[in-house]
Write a protein that binds this ligand. Structure first.
Ligand code: ADP
Length: 540
């Protein structure tokens, strides 16, 4: 019965003796197994029935080697045991139990050769199995990556940065430390680098992003990709800096020009491999953020307009205070001018007294001018001017500005300055606007408080972080849970004529400079607003 019959093969597989994952055809394997069996039979015959005095049984090793690729580990072991048994059987048939030293030695050599071969074959099989498994894992991981790359909705490119990396590393070795400065001094540098980054692959989303992409780009033609990168785009240089500094990740915004000439704003992310050898396949991801950016810009513009409108509203509310403020210095100017005239009319004129009156006129006019100036700068839409601001001075000045409001509301404003309050660098007019808003709100809230208890306490102190906090507490009814929930959201108001945008604007104004505005109810009653201001404001 031939060894390759399906029944035998099935039986061998059932017992786990032959490898079910064949790498050769069934016929081929059957042939090898038959040959091995024939060889074993021949060796057995010669060993048992001839009188050849040599270690013939050693030839069983060939049987084991021949079938190594077809059999499993268990099968190899089984075959080796059979071959060993056959050798022992032949020995017993030929020599019985009589001691024959030479024959016994030959048997021992044959058995040892079989055992060693069996062990080596099994080791080899294990290593092969391991390699096969490793390759299968690698293939499936590569397939997963390919699926992700090709079918993902994010635009992905595979680019070869190895050449550029080498060039950058050479520059570093030559002592270049500031790549940006180097690029400024060598205008052709960026172009040279772009020309050395071929595209290896691009997924469908990447091609969609750029519109109808030139087929040359896909073929890795570096000159072809150049037209898709905006001329004044600085992102590529930043990406080079990231490679130069051996960072593992880069993220930046760039502009790409699509096939039909429109420019798109993209967010670029690149993960750089750890191993320099892998720079030949760097994956670059791109997200189209054009729409998001346009929407954000519209939002900023709307916010700026709203802030301006609110500033105008604040000024409107201040006009009463302004009239009062101006009344005082202007009245003083008139009185001093009249006095000056009287000194002049004397005979002889009292020039020393004239000079004193003139000085007073100048001082009061200056005050009136300052008041008008600060009101105008509040209304103006000029770029913010950062300056050193002493918060205690600012609060006192704001109190003066709101004096008539305070008088009308019959409220007192106390200022307490704790030790170590730092001077901050901020936009003075913005801080003042927040203060005016918070104090005016407190005055409105205290309308229901008995007159004798209407008190606003302003405390100024240093924060744990580098900055200052201004706390404004009133003796009004505090914030109801309903209002508290939406306090900083636009259009939250309980006032008949209120817009409900004051606090929203105050908070965004402070946050834009790295500060905060929070509200709470004081345990002893009344609302408490905390505005924090960093020592050094963020510059936009
Ligand atoms: P508006 O003053 O136009 O209502 P704001 O945003 O300045 O807008 O204030 C929103 C709401 O928050 C006010 O209508 C009021 O109900 C509440 N609020 C603000 N400050 C205080 C305060 N100090 N005490 C109690 N409620 C306050």
């Amino acid at each position: 019965m031939p060894l390759s019959t399906p029944a035998l093969e099935k039986a061998l597989q059932t017992h786990g003796l032959v490898n079910p994952k064949r790498r050769m055809s069934a016929r081929h394997e059957g042939g090898i197994l038959s040959l091995a069996a024939l060889l074993a039979a021949t060796v057995f015959y010669l060993d048992t029935f001839t009188d050849i005095h040599s270690a013939l049984a050693t030839l069983y090793v060939i049987t084991v080697l021949l079938s190594a690729e077809t059999l499993t580990e268990k099968g190899t072991l089984f075959l080796s045991v059979i071959c060993g048994s056959l050798a022992i059987f032949s020995y017993l048939t030929a020599h019985g139990l009589q001691a024959d030293l030479a024959a016994a030695l030959r048997l021992t050599v044959a058995l040892a050769a079989l055992a060693i071969t069996c062990a080596l074959v099994i080791r080899n099989q294990r290593a092969r199995l391991h390699l096969l498994r490793f390759n299968a894992d690698l293939r499936s991981s590569e397939e997963r990556y390919r699926t992700l790359f090709e079918q993902g909705r994010v635009a992905l490119w595979e680019r070869d940065y190895s050449d550029v990396r080498k060039m950058l590393m050479r520059l570093r070795a030559d002592g270049i430390q500031d790549l940006r400065a180097y690029a400024r001094e060598h205008p052709a540098f960026i172009e040279t680098c772009i020309a050395r980054v071929p595209t290896i692959a691009a997924n469908a989303a990447a091609l969609d992003l750029l519109g109808n992409v030139d087929p040359k780009v896909r073929a890795g033609d570096v000159r072809a990709i150049r037209r898709y990168i905006a001329q004044d785009d600085a992102t590529f240089l930043e990406l080079l800096v990231a490679i130069f500094e051996e960072r593992r990740h880069f993220e930046g915004r760039g502009t790409v020009i699509t096939a039909d000439g429109t420019s798109k704003l993209v967010l670029l992310t690149v993960g750089f491999p750890q191993d320099a050898a892998d720079f030949n396949r760097v994956v670059v991801g791109m997200f189209d953020i054009t729409e998001r950016e346009t929407a954000q810009k519209a939002l900023f513009d709307a916010q700026a307009e709203l802030a301006l409108a609110s500033r105008a509203a604040t000024i409107g509310a201040l006009s009463a205070s302004l009239a009062h403020e101006l009344n005082q210095p202007l009245g003083a100017v008139v009185v001093n001018a009249q006095t000056l005239q009287r000194w002049l009319d004397r005979d002889p004129p009292d020039l020393a007294a004239v000079s004193r009156s003139a000085e007073r006129i100048v001082r009061d006019s200056q005050r009136a001018s300052d008041i008008i100036q600060s009101t105008r700068s509040m209304l103006g839409n000029r770029p913010p001017a950062f300056e050193l601001v002493s918060l205690p001075d600012l609060v006192l000045e704001t109190r003066t500005l709101l004096e008539s409001e305070l008088l009308r509301a019959r409220a007192v404003l106390d200022v307490e300055v704790k030790e170590g309050t730092p001077v901050v660098r901020a936009v003075r007019i913005e801080l003042q606007q927040v203060l005016i808003n918070l104090i005016t709100n407190a005055l409105h809230a205290m309308a229901v408080t008995p007159e004798a208890e209407r008190r606003i306490g302003v405390t100024i102190e240093a924060t744990d972080a580098a900055g200052a906090v201004v706390r404004i507490r009133d003796t009004g009814p505090g914030l109801s849970p309903e209002v508290f929930k939406n306090l900083f959201k636009p259009f939250c108001t309980t006032k008949e004529t209120g817009l409900g945008i004051g606090l929203a604007i105050c908070r965004s104004m402070l946050e834009a400079r790295g500060g905060t505005l929070t509200a709470s109810n004081h345990p002893d009653g009344g609302a408490l607003f905390d505005m924090t201001i960093p020592i050094e404001a963020d510059h936009d």
